[in-house]
Design a protein around this ligand. Sequence first.
Ligand code: 2HA
Ligand code: ZN
Length: 277
Amino acid sequence: MSTIEKAAKALEIPFIREMSEITQHMWRNGWDERNGGNVSYLLDEQEVAQYFDLNAVLRWIEPAFPVSELAGRYFIVTGSGKYFKNVLDDPAGNLGLVRISQDGTRIELLWGLENEAKPTSELASHFMSHIERLKVDPNHRVVIHNHATHVLAMTFIHDLDEAKFTRTLWEMCTECIVVFPDGIGIIPWMVPGSSEIGRATAEKMREYHAVIWPQHGIFGTGTSMDEAFGLIETIEKAAQIYMLVAHHEIKQRITEQQLIDLAAAFGVTPRPGILSR
Ligand code: 2HA
Ligand code: ZN
């Protein structure tokens, strides 16, 4: 089978198509230069069984730490060092379908990650974030990390206090407070790819759907690809507006009363401590 035929066949599988399309969208948005960014998507066993033999393990991969909380769970993940630009043309070379072994000490590869590729270098942050999000929302499914341009820029010039950062984002677009009433978590700058940054990120995920890594990027989560991607898009849009207006004289803005009215109209509860009342 040619690479083109192989890709076309893989793209008939809904979750492979979703991963391939979302990575392409992010690359086109300029959020995933080179091998930047990673995605992991929790799948149901029945969803996987429709397309794959669950007993056909291609190889085993050692996770950096045991993940017994995720034993028996299925994920499709982006590969370490892989370019989002290339996923659509070669899903099997850039994505992997994996299952966590029953004791949580091994990753069982069922499809993809061809040529001995490994799962994303940020697997610790992904797995730990899935564990924490699932505790607060059993419908949680998706973790996306990317280098959203204006979010990253904003971390250079805005106070990194979570309440202040969130408040600024809410003020940038009318619907922000409706999309992320729980606000934005922010961790200190840390070396990426480590279990430490994974722990720090996941700790924030207990309370937030999105976590910013200063001077690096963002993690967004959701119950579907659309929800996780839509959250990042909305935060990035607000950050873009901030970067466009920050050095200009502001003649009118969204007031605190308007934020309160929006929350009431859309039935959301803003995180306490961000608005003054
Ligand atoms: O290279 O984005 O944070 C992938 C990354 C690491
Ligand atoms: Zn990154």
